[in-house]
Write a protein that binds this ligand. Structure first.
Ligand SMILES: Nc1ncnc2c1ncn2[C@@H]1O[C@H](COP(=O)(O)OP(=O)(O)OP(=O)(O)O)[C@@H](O)[C@H]1O
Ligand SMILES: [Mg+2]
Length: 269
């Protein structure tokens, strides 16, 4: 198997909030063309900050990338606006879904096409979204506020797809959803990845689910990647099992408490 060329490359980025709070301390990662990569880790690890750094959405949070570089298919993108990034095919689905509550599902989806003009293409894209998310078609005239959490998550992903992206940054799709709905959402992501060749970078606390669907995983703690590897290798790794998959019986600790993690990382490489 050949490794796909990277569509996204993050090279040693540092992110500082409010000019003083250093949150990302040299994060490097890659997303292969046509792949699904997962950024895993607990609350406050820096997953959302990493996605926002890529999509250039840190400014509104008083954050900035102070070191390192970000490339889209080999071209530097740190200075592009979020709208330019959308035009280049990079869209982010925010944590917490953020559908417009007073708009219908269909109106929400159409807001995702704001960078596009061709009405015929937009209509075709909407149809495509409905084939992947039949639930959204059923609920197309419902106000988003009255739809379920799962439908709102689907709406948020569907809206991102209305920009016709090649790369989707997906922040905690499982948040607050029942396990079978999470599975339904991930199955659709897998379908979109395989049939539409959309690459996904997914931030998740749900390590188990994310590693079932991703090709590659990065484990993050306190603003650093502490381990990375092929998803199957991570799933079978004893430390990952103990600390992130809840199979060790003990209390979840920090990876940094494990003296051997660097050695294991070398084995995985
Ligand atoms: N706007 C902000 N200003 C200052 N600090 C922030 C800001 N946003 C996030 N942080 C801090 O940055 C760190 C990383 O936060 P981030 O939201 O990236 O983590 P996360 O891995 O996405 O966590 P979660 O799983 O809870 O969503 C945390 O310590 C957080 O408190
Ligand atoms: Mg987050």
């Amino acid at each position: 198997m050949t490794t796909p060329a990277p569509v996204l490359t993050v090279n040693g980025i540092e992110v500082i909030y409010n000019h003083v709070i250093l949150v990302l301390k040299g994060v490097s990662l890659q997303l292969g063309e046509g792949q699904i990569a997962a950024i895993l880790g607990g609350n406050g690890a820096g997953k959302t900050t990493t996605l926002r750094a890529i999509s250039n959405l840190l400014k509104g949070e008083r954050g900035e990338v102070t070191k390192g570089s970000i490339e889209l298919r080999g071209e530097r993108i740190e200075n592009l606006t979020p709208a330019d990034l959308v035009k280049r095919g990079v869209v982010q689905v925010m944590e917490g879904r953020h559908c417009f509550a007073h708009l219908t599902i269909e109106e929400n989806l159409l807001t995702g096409a704001y960078t596009r003009k061709d009405k015929g293409e937009i209509a075709a894209n909407l149809d495509k979204v409905y084939t992947y998310f039949p639930r959204l078609k059923t609920r197309r005239t419902s106000q988003a506020a009255y739809t379920s959490g799962g439908e709102q998550q689907m709406c948020a992903i569907g809206r991102a797809l209305m920009a016709n992206p090649s790369v989707v940054l997906l922040d905690e799709p499982s948040m607050g959803l029942a396990p079978q709905i999470v599975e339904e959402v991930f199955e659709i992501v897998k379908d979109l990845n395989q049939k539409e060749k959309v690459s996904f970078l997914i931030a998740e606390q749900n390590t188990n689910m994310a590693l079932r669907y991703a090709n590659y995983g990065y484990i993050m703690e306190s603003g650093r990647i502490v381990m990375d590897g092929a998803a199957d290798d991570l799933r079978n790794n004893e430390d990952v099992k103990e600390f992130y998959l809840g199979m060790g019986g003990g209390q979840r600790k920090s990876f940094r408490d494990v003296k051997s993690y660097k050695r294991r990382k070398r084995w995985l490489a």
